[in-house]
Design a protein around this ligand. Structure first.
Ligand SMILES: [Zn+2]
Length: 340
């Protein structure tokens, strides 16, 4: 017993408190110094290396289903973005092993900054006050009509915070195959698998994959949530991050849970989907993300039926029908990003 007490004291004495302001400055300088983003030429054959991460007990895609997804995505990318794309799945891991492998990225400066700074843990004592602060800041950036459009009756910061926390809590209460909540105090160590900030650090430190697919979701509260994420109860479907090691200057993640779940919240908000519709939805979301990764196109908010405008809410399949029927994705009219 004494040994452990002693070890804890030594650790406490050795652990320097992190100066977040200093970390932020280092991180911002690092991002600013990254080379300018360049469109990947369509004349090149594009090979996308994919890492699949599975948390057992959650709905998943088996090997054949993933092969179907890869071929469908290649086909849609050819038709909509014009790339000759080959998706190669190079690594498959269990989420526990994956977390162990990426843990150093949460400690390595400067890429660790998002993991250190963004997450507002669902289990934090000061959670509600911090979420209110984040929601207040996000709402203040938007015109009143847009806030009302996304949040309806919950358009004040206080009401939006309460609505957000209730919806996020309902999502985390959806149950896995063993009947346990997908995230609760009982598996709080898995919160990083749902955390936008941690995925940001994971992607920025990634050296082997261009995309990571995981059957968890990027679902949670963070300090920089945009309005549409607040309205969805914390759900980010997918995103692309800067990456200094990979050929396309970025790396992306898709959280599959919102598409594959047949839990109460997603069935109510997204609607029931057949397996084919789920796969098709993931493929189209991936095409949208590849518009960022390969063409370096900005997020678009104006062209309703363009694949460059992501699904505005959780009614994903209505979005799929819209972009599928589109004759013009307005690709040439959408500006390029400076950074992901
Ligand atoms: Zn996007």
């Amino acid at each position: 017993m004494k040994y452990f007490v002693g070890a804890a004291l030594v650790l406490a004495a050795c652990a320097k408190p992190v100066d977040l302001k200093q970390e932020e400055a280092k991180y911002e300088a690092y991002i600013a110094a990254l080379p300018e983003l360049k469109e990947v030429p369509r004349s090149e054959k594009v090979v996308l290396r994919v890492h699949y991460v599975e948390r057992p007990q959650l709905p998943a895609l088996n090997t054949n289903e993933r092969e179907d997804l890869y071929r469908l995505t290649e086909d849609l990318v050819k038709k909509t973005l014009g790339y000759d794309l080959k998706i190669e799945e190079t690594v498959v891991s269990r989420s526990k092993d994956f977390l162990k492998a990426v843990a150093p990225r949460f400690k390595t400066s400067p890429q660790r900054y998002p993991a250190l700074a963004y997450l507002i843990s669902f289990f934090a004592a000061d959670r509600d006050a911090r979420v209110l602060q984040a929601v207040t800041a996000a709402l203040a950036k938007q015109p009143t009509e847009r806030v009302a459009k996304y949040l309806g009756a919950h358009k004040t910061p206080e009401a939006a915070t309460q609505f957000f926390l209730e919806r996020l809590g309902e999502i985390y209460s959806e149950t896995d195959f063993s009947g346990k909540a997908i995230l609760s105090a009982a598996n709080a160590e898995e919160e990083v698998l749902y955390s936008y900030g941690h995925w940001s650090s994971i992607l920025q430190g990634e050296r082997e994959a261009d995309f990571i697919l995981t059957n968890t979701g990027i679902i949670g509260a963070d300090t920089g949530m945009p309005l549409y994420v607040i309205a969805r109860g914390g759900v980010t479907s997918a995103f692309v991050e800067n990456n200094a090691f990979r050929p396309y200057q970025g790396a992306g993640v898709i959280g599959l849970y919102p598409f594959l779940s047949d839990g109460r919240v997603f069935r109510a908000l997204r609607g029931d989907l057949t397996f084919e519709q789920k796969l098709e939805t993931i493929a189209w979301i991936w095409v949208h993300e590849l518009g960022h990764l390969l063409l370096k196109k900005e997020e678009n908010y104006t062209f309703d039926d363009s694949v460059h405008r992501t699904a505005p809410d959780l009614k994903y399949y209505a979005w799929v029908k819209r972009v599928k029927a589109s004759r013009n994705h307005h690709t040439d009219q959408i500006p390029m990003m400076k950074k992901f």
